[in-house]
Design a protein around this ligand. Structure first.
Ligand code: GMT
Length: 374
């Protein structure tokens, strides 16, 4: 099949899912055409069957704002015309699904099918803006198939948009041949001193991630007398506030801000606990990456996180904002090495059993096949 993957290139999990899906489909012989405004972050090695088409945005003095939705539509039209796409797969509804629908209407060819994958805030946050809500609803009603990354997000979509269309849950996935716990001797000495435990958090530091909560958790742990380092990976709007709080609480020396990094597996392999205190999370891909590397997760009990992290088996879940409880859970795990090991093993097993890439990709292939045969 020839599939056009429409995604965000750098910012967040939807682009990562789209890129890894495209690469695995290419391995399986499909021809994949990525369409975005920049090269997707994880598309960093040459692979047969993969093509990249950059959306160029025309500038004109009259346009105070970029007309990305239109420029993207123009690029999809181009790729359909010259590459004969069978499927357009839009990751994140805004504006990718709407550009997909516009494209279909312009070509007037019902043989090209549109699959929309809902990832999170396109449904739970930004999609609920009064200006966007009816547009997202229209784009869902007019997609040929809709998938969501968790049952939570599926239910939320029905609740927020009152649509009747079927939504298939296809969870985020992980390549456990790549994501596994490695030796961490050489990295650990740069992150912490010998007796310190390592807490880790990876995100794009948006408000929904509640990164300052990781500082509050660390403070509780240090106050309890446990030597610890918090390693923060990523960057974004909340970074300044997070640094400010660490300074105010006088624990900045126990926090390592690494900024954006690519060596996730190396870094996660050194972590004792992964923290995900998010306020909204439709799935929590970073938690799954941590679990595959044998890192138990302490997270907030919200959204799709309980579909990934099993409380009392692969980590612990606490009420949103309850940083004291989260700190207690961390202490409970890291001071009991037998228990930590069981949770770590459980995490690795669960990642492989439920979310291994080879088990999830066929769901997308089935959806494409059903559409092609309809
Ligand atoms: O919805 C977002 O905030 C952004 C979105 C993205 O595009 O990065 O992230 C979501 O998609 C990931 C991949 O499907 C999920 O694992 C994340 O949980 C989800 N983020 C949120 O729901 C906040």
């Amino acid at each position: 099949m020839k599939i056009g993957m429409i995604c965000y290139p750098t910012y967040g999990g939807s682009g990562i899912v789209a890129t890894e899906l495209g690469q695995e489909l290419a391995n399986r012989g499909h021809e994949i055409h990525f369409i975005s405004y920049a090269m997707p972050m994880r598309l960093d090695t040459f692979k047969d069957n993969i093509y990249y088409h950059e959306v160029e945005i025309p500038h004109y003095p009259l346009f105070e704002f970029h007309l990305y939705t239109l420029a993207l539509t123009g690029k999809i039209l181009d790729v359909i015309k010259y590459e004969n796409l069978d499927i357009i797969h839009a990751h994140y509804a805004i504006p990718h699904a709407i550009s997909g629908i516009l494209t279909k209407q312009i070509i007037g060819d019902s043989r090209v099918k549109l699959v929309t994958t809902l990832h999170g805030t396109d449904i739970t946050l930004i999609g609920m803006e009064p200006a966007f809500n009816p547009i997202v609803k229209y784009s869902l009603e007019n997609s040929d198939a809709i998938t969501s990354v968790s049952k939570y997000l599926k239910d939320k979509t029905y609740q927020n948009f009152n649509i009747e269309k079927e939504i298939s849950v296809v969870p985020n996935f992980i390549d456990t041949k790549l994501y596994k716990r490695n030796e961490c001797k050489n990295v650990k000495k740069h992150l912490s001193s010998k007796d310190e435990i390592i807490l880790m958090h990876i995100s794009n530091f948006r408000q929904v991630k509640r990164v300052p909560d990781t500082i509050l958790i660390l403070k509780e742990i240090l106050d309890a007398g446990l030597p610890a380092k918090l390693v923060l990976i990523g960057d974004g709007p909340e970074r300044n506030e997070t640094e400010r709080l660490a300074r105010e609480l006088n624990i900045i020396d126990n926090v390592k801000f690494l900024g954006k990094q690519n060596a996730f597996i190396e870094l996660l392999s050194c972590a004792d606990i992964f923290l995900l205190p998010s306020q909204s999370e439709s799935f929590g891909l970073s938690a799954l990456e941590a679990m595959a590397c044998g890192v138990p997760v302490v997270a907030s009990n919200i959204g799709g996180i309980p579909e990934v992290v099993v409380h009392g088996e692969t980590g612990y879940l606490a009420e949103l904002g309850d940083t004291k409880r989260m700190a207690k859970y961390v202490i409970d795990l890291v001071t009991n090495s037998k228990k930590w090991q069981i949770f770590s093993d459980n995490s690795i097993k669960r990642a492989a059993k439920e979310f291994e890439i080879s088990k999830i990709i066929p769901h997308y292939e089935n959806i494409y096949n059903n559409l092609m045969n309809s």
